[in-house]
Each structure stands twice: as C-alpha cells, then as structure tokens.
Write a protein of this length. Structure first.
Length: 278
C-alpha cells in the first residue's frame, strides 16, 4: 500500500512539473508581449520595465505605412474574407445538409482532403496566373477571393455540423404553417445556426488577419500591404529588428483579434460543433 501511494505521489508530482513547464513555455511569450512594449530598452527576455513609457507606441503611430496597413488594409481584407466565407459556407452547408444528393458526404470530405493536402505554397503559381489573367493583381479583391477559396472547404465542414444539429421537424412545422422556403430559413434555421456563423466568421477573420504568403505574392503597392508585411518596416537595412518597436506593433496587432474572440466567446461561446440535438 505504501509503495502504491509513493508511486502515485511521484506520478502526480511529475505530471504537475510537466504542466508547469508547458504552462511557462506558453506563458513567457505572452508575458513578453505585455511587458516589452512599455520598455524603452526591450529585449527578448521577460523583464518588468523600471520606468514604463509609451514612447514605443508614439513611434509606431508615427509610421503611417504600418498604421495604414494595420487599421485599413487588414480590416478591408479580413472583413471581406469574413463576410464571404461566412455567407457562402452557411448557404452551402445548408444545401449539402438538406439536399438529397448522392455522394454528398464524399463531396464534403474530398473538399477537406484537397484543402489539406494541397498547400498554399504549391498552389501559388496557378493562383497567381489566375488572378493575373483576371486583372486582379495588386487589388484587395484578388487577395480576398483567393483566401476565401482556401478557407471555404473547412468552413463548410464546420458549418455543416451546426446545420445537421437542427431537427428537421422545426423546418417541417414552419412549412406546414405556410412559410416559404426563404422565410423558413430566415426565421427558423438561421437563428439556430447563428452561433456557428459567428464562429466561422471569426475563424475566417483570424486567418485573414495573420496571412502573409498570399498578400506578399499578389500585392505590389505599399499602400495595399497588410500588417503582417508592415512588420518589416521596423527592421534595419541589415535585417535586424528593432525589438522595442516590433513589440509595440505586435501588441497593437493582437488587440483586434483578442477583442473579437472575447466578444464571441461571451455572446455565443466558442465551439466547433452544433449545439442543438434532436
């Protein structure tokens, strides 16, 4: 018995030690992100500023290229991708869930398979040629369309679980009561899948917000560049980052995404599965 208790105690101690190490591994970058922007002599170590200052933020706001990239270009690209992905995924998932089409499940999994296997890097050459032939190089529309196409398969897969969770009896009752198909979807189905729409919308926005590869290939003008590329404006000619300014810009870069997550989590709950079961 004593040997069993000893073994159990050692196992729990090792598990606790492992949890502490992993917690510190993830917490240290966040602590650095919180403390470094307010230090005039920031480095890659986590230290509490002796004399907190807003000088780094003043310098960042003086960089018009970086501020335009963050508060204009990122919002345009992220907002456009969010609206398109959420709208198309909701309608497509509803159609795939309710339409009696042979092989619909196979179609969904094929879309997921291709979106997972074919990486963005491998598809950039044909995508570039397609956008070039459409005359959308160096435009927000070209970036938004490419990113929307890349996110749609996973978005449809997520949304379909929410749609499948709606009991068909709700829709049948609305149709029996004389509601049209459009009104049935608007007044019955959509309110029930609204949490899923919000989850997909925020998920698409976060992916577009942090995108680097597609904008760097399709955009040419500095006034169109997103914040992920504007980070390099805080690098020296030798390629060395200015840690104080990079930390301040990274702090501003994370605030919109964090606020969106908190709002959605508070209002709807952040989950990747449907909430209504028949």
């Amino acid at each position: 018995m004593n040997r069993y208790k000893l073994r159990t105690g050692v196992s729990r101690a090792l598990l606790l030690l492992f949890a502490c190490v992993m917690g510190a591994f993830f917490a240290l970058p966040l602590l650095w992100l919180i403390t470094a922007p307010f230090s005039t002599q920031a480095n890659l170590s986590v230290t509490v500023p002796e004399d907190p200052s807003l000088a780094n933020f003043e310098a960042v706001f003086g960089n018009k290229f970086a501020i335009r990239a963050l508060f204009q270009n990122n919002l345009i690209i992220g907002g456009g991708v969010m609206i398109l992905v959420a709208s198309i995924a909701t309608l497509a998932s509803y159609g795939l869930s309710r339409a009696r089409v042979p092989g619909r499940d196979v179609l969904v999994y094929i879309l997921i398979l291709f979106s997972s296997v074919v990486s963005g890097t491998a598809a950039m050459v044909p995508l570039f040629l397609l956008i070039f032939n459409l005359g959308m190089i160096d435009t927000y529309q070209g970036v938004i369309l490419v990113m929307t196409g890349g996110l749609l398969p996973s978005a449809i897969f997520i949304m379909r679980d929410f749609v499948d969770s709606i009991p068909r009896s709700y829709e049948e009752a609305a149709l029996v009561a004389g509601a049209s198909s459009y009104r049935m979807f608007r007044d019955v189905a959509f309110p029930l899948v609204r949490p899923g729409v919000m989850v997909v919308a925020i998920w698409a926005f976060v992916n577009a917000w942090g995108a680097f590869l597609i904008p760097s290939v399709l955009l040419r003008s500095p006034e169109h560049m997103p914040a992920s590329i504007a980070f390099y404006s805080f690098y020296t000619e030798a390629g060395t980052p200015n840690i104080t300014l990079v930390s301040a810009y990274a702090f501003l870069y994370t605030i919109p995404v964090l606020l969106l997550y908190l709002i959605v989590n508070w209002r709807f709950g952040f989950r990747f599965f449907g909430g209504i079961k028949s």
